[in-house]
Design a protein around this ligand. Structure first.
Ligand code: FE2
Length: 405
């Protein structure tokens, strides 16, 4: 943990000279799918670019899952994330696979990587809780096996009524086992999909204020403004964190539209302005739902500020909260998080002199520190650019900004 902040600290400690660059508390990814990561093309590619084709391909791929297959792929993804400054992640484990191999594999990964990155696992009923009689039982069994949070996917249930009932079941299990809720909610362009209000209402009724996260929430993009205004108030009251996944949803949403095409992302700017906690997720890397990605939450943030038009100077300055402090609030670890004495020493030494540079240049961090130990280091390659002013080669990465922001 951070024991002291200041100049000339105790002798004998290892010194990292950041050369005036900035240090951030570790980045946090609040929504990811480690079980399907890096399976793209196996058994086939998603040609339509829709969520539904992704689910079909994954249904084929998950029949041949094994623990070692998951450990290998998830481990590689986690190392990519750590290299880019992520020190905590919430992943989903698909629990509609009857063998629950996803849960076994991810529990093993969590343990193996525990000193490098904190991994929280959510039991995620990909195909619905009530679409198959076995699914409810599997969800509960996964929780018994030791996953951290209970998931749901009400918009995939067959009817509106089943969707509501699935939320009820998820809360029942969460309460029974004292787990938080981490749902996939309204990931559709259907403006009639209104499960988020039900989730928020259960959070209040079940005494779960501050213990619920709702991922994607893309239908919100298409709600009318009067309804959206009601929803903001309800979400704030319920202490629900909305987790937007801009890389994936800018790719998957609007696929049934012609033009103008909807962007299909939760209304991040308006949620923030109305006091709702918002965090971000990478969601996928090279899997049936998303063909790209490098495990970099700054790249996720870059997409978020563009799609959500959070591009004013003050919005950009505060944008890093979406992948730091707001996420810590989601995990309810705010008291142990940040750059302050007594906080867990999860730190990122960025290769940038301020937040705007970090977001604009998206360079790999110089160091990533997990609980006081260096877990990633990166020596930037010696880029040399010819400067005609003095006819010398210099490294632009080492230049101080022209304007101090
Ligand atoms: Fe997701």
């Amino acid at each position: 943990m951070i024991s002291e902040i200041g100049a000339n600290l105790k002798d004998g400690a290892e010194v990292i000279d950041a050369g005036g660059r900035i240090v951030s508390p570790g980045f946090m990814d609040m929504h990811f799918h480690l079980d399907s990561v890096l399976t793209m093309g196996d058994p086939r590619y998603n040609e339509s670019g829709t969520l539904l084709e992704g689910i079909e391909i994954w249904a084929e791929r998950k029949r041949k899952l094994s623990v070692s297959d998951i450990v290998q792929r998830a481990g590689k993804a986690l190392r990519l994330m750590v290299a880019h400054g992520t020190t905590a992640i919430r992943t989903h484990a698909d629990v509609t696979d009857p063998t629950l191999t996803t849960v076994k594999g991810l529990l093993e990964v969590k343990k193996l990587y525990q000193n490098i990155i904190d991994v929280q696992i959510t039991a995620f009923p990909q195909d619905g809780i009530l679409t198959d009689p076995a699914n409810l039982e599997l969800l509960e069994k996964a929780v018994e096996m030791g996953v951290d949070n209970v998931g749901m996917i009400p918009h995939i249930e067959h009817t509106r009524e089943d969707g509501v009932k699935s939320i009820e079941e998820a809360f029942r299990i969460a309460k029974t086992y004292d787990r938080d809720i981490d749902g996939h909610v309204d990931e559709t362009d259907d403006e009639q999909s209104r499960f988020l209000e039900v989730v928020a209402s259960y959070a209040i009724k079940e005494n779960y204020v501050g213990r619920v996260a709702a991922g994607h929430c893309t239908a919100m993009h298409s709600y009318n403004d009067a309804y959206a205004a009601k929803l903001y108030r309800l979400l704030k009251k319920a202490g629900v964190t909305v987790v937007a996944n801009p890389l994936i949803n800018i790719h998957l949403q609007g696929r049934f539209d012609t033009y103008p095409k909807r962007r299909g992302m939760a209304r991040v700017k308006e949620l923030l302005n109305n006091g709702v906690n918002v965090a971000l997720g990478h969601d996928c890397i090279m899997d049936p739902w998303y063909p790209l990605g490098r495990g970099d939450m700054v790249q996720v943030l870059f997409m978020a500020v563009h799609v959500g038009q959070l591009m004013s100077y003050s919005e950009l300055k505060q944008a890093f909260n979406l992948i730091t402090y707001n996420a810590a609030k989601t995990l309810r670890i705010g008291d142990k998080y940040g750059i302050k004495v007594g906080a867990q020493a999860d730190l990122v030494v960025l290769d940038a002199f301020d937040e705007l540079e970090a977001l604009a240049f998206q360079r790999t961090p110089l160091y990533v520190i997990k609980r006081g130990r260096i877990v990633s280091k990166n020596t930037p390659e010696e880029t040399q650019v010819l400067n005609p002013e003095n006819n010398q080669f210099t490294n632009p990465r080492k230049e101080q900004p022209i304007l101090r922001r």
